[in-house]
Design a binder for this molecule. Structure first.
Ligand code: ATP
Ligand code: MG
Ligand code: FE
Length: 356
């Protein structure tokens, strides 16, 4: 099967063409992404109104580019998949309407995909990962640990009770006077810093529930920065290094517990089940180092799809549509609504089409 995928839930407009063979192997035939990063940079975060307008301007062109790149015509497609949630409602409407209109005009099945399901299933395309596996999603909008049991079968084990991890990086960068997006800037500044000079909390460390909390950490950075003001370049580097260490140690605790739970519940179908990371924060090398050693110690395979497919893209949306089709899920009707909130658990996925 060959699917067109469309993604427009946040600040990336993307279109892709992906094929899946009978053995479940995927091939990316086209992958176009337009990031709005620069348009939002001046505001230090994503502005919904600007995002929606940019999606309107870019979507048709990107879809045409993807079709052209792949050499596949609209009539040769087996289906069209678009993100219908969760995300910013304006962008979701643009992508979903484009997908539905094309599917209607070309008489193709339409699949409304959960953005998080896209992230969850990507490692099956890139690394052939088998079910069940654990996913750590750490992006600008999400911080979750999800047990992926099968297509459409997800158990959310942990989530953030306040800020997403990428958001915490971005806010920390902003209060230290670094640019947007903050993650790469914090990582770069931390290289010259002493992570031990300034003591910061390890939120949620040791707690039995697998949730996250990052807003207190960000506040602790703000207080430490106020105590040191005016900040020298070395102060900023030390604060970034301390922040990154606090994040890494928090993840070691939260993810370590999750791997132990996976074992304790006897879920492993293979010798070395996979821990899959997704989301832009997965680019951070300090975080990767912690996760890699955790996985080694606990007998898991650490799987990180290529960075381009860890951040928002349409390949994962086309792929999720293909996986849903192959698993026997029916296509969605054109009435299927977009949803700004849509948790990725079995019940919510089954409720597709019945509103919030
Ligand atoms: P969504 O949750 O909808 O996927 P998003 O578009 O904000 O939202 P991504 O594009 O996956 O998410 O990731 C962007 C985030 O990743 C930003 O918050 C950015 O600061 C963070 N990030 C990128 N590189 C790094 C890095 N090297 N270290 C830490 N954080 C990083
Ligand atoms: Mg993004
Ligand atoms: Fe995302």
């Amino acid at each position: 099967s060959v699917f067109l995928g469309i993604e427009s839930s946040c600040d990336e407009t993307a279109a892709a063409i992906v094929a899946r063979d009978a053995d479940g192997r995927g091939e990316i035939l086209a992958d176009v992404v337009l990031s709005q990063m620069e348009e939002h940079a001046a505001f230090g975060g994503v502005v919904p109104e600007i995002a929606a307008r940019a999606h309107v301007e870019a979507t048709d062109r990107l879809i045409a580019e993807a079709l052209e790149q792949s050499g596949i015509s609209l009539s040769e497609l087996d289906g069209i998949a678009a993100t219908i949630g969760p995300g910013l409602i304006g962008g979701l409407i643009v992508g979903a309407m484009s997908g539905k209109a094309m599917a209607y005009a070309a008489n193709k099945p339409f699949y409304g995909v959960n953005h998080l399901e896209g992230h969850a299933l990507t490692a099956r395309l890139t690394n052939g990962v088998q079910f069940p596996f654990l996913m750590l999603l750490v992006s600008g909008g999400h911080t979750q640990i999800v047990l992926v049991k099968g297509v459409g079968e997800y158990e959310r084990w942990g989530t953030t009770i306040d800020d997403a991890l990428g958001e915490a990086f971005d806010k920390t960068a902003k209060l230290l006077g670094l640019g947007y997006p903050g993650g790469p800037q914090v990582e770069a500044a931390a290289k010259a810093g002493d992570p031990k000079r300034i003591a910061l909390p390890r939120p949620m460390k040791g707690e039995a529930r697998l949730d996250f909390s990052f807003s207190g950490l960000k506040t602790a950075v703000r207080q430490a920065a106020q105590n040191l003001a005016p900040l020298s370049e070395q102060d900023v580097a030390d604060l970034c290094a301390a922040f990154q260490l606090a994040v890494a140690e928090t993840l070691r605790d939260r993810v370590g517990r999750s791997l132990a739970r996976f074992r304790a519940e006897g879920l492993a179908a293979e010798d070395r089940p996979a821990l899959v990371v997704a989301g832009g924060v997965a680019a951070n090398s300090a975080i990767r180092a912690v996760l890699t050693s955790l996985c080694e110690n606990q007998g898991f395979a650490f799987v990180a799809p290529p960075f381009r497919l860890c951040t928002d893209n349409a390949v994962m949306i086309a792929w999720a549509g293909l996986e849903r089709e192959a698993a026997g899920f029916p296509a969605d009707g054109f009435e299927v609504p977009v949803r700004s909130r849509w948790p990725l658990d079995a019940k919510a996925t089954a409720l597709i089409g019945s509103g919030r």
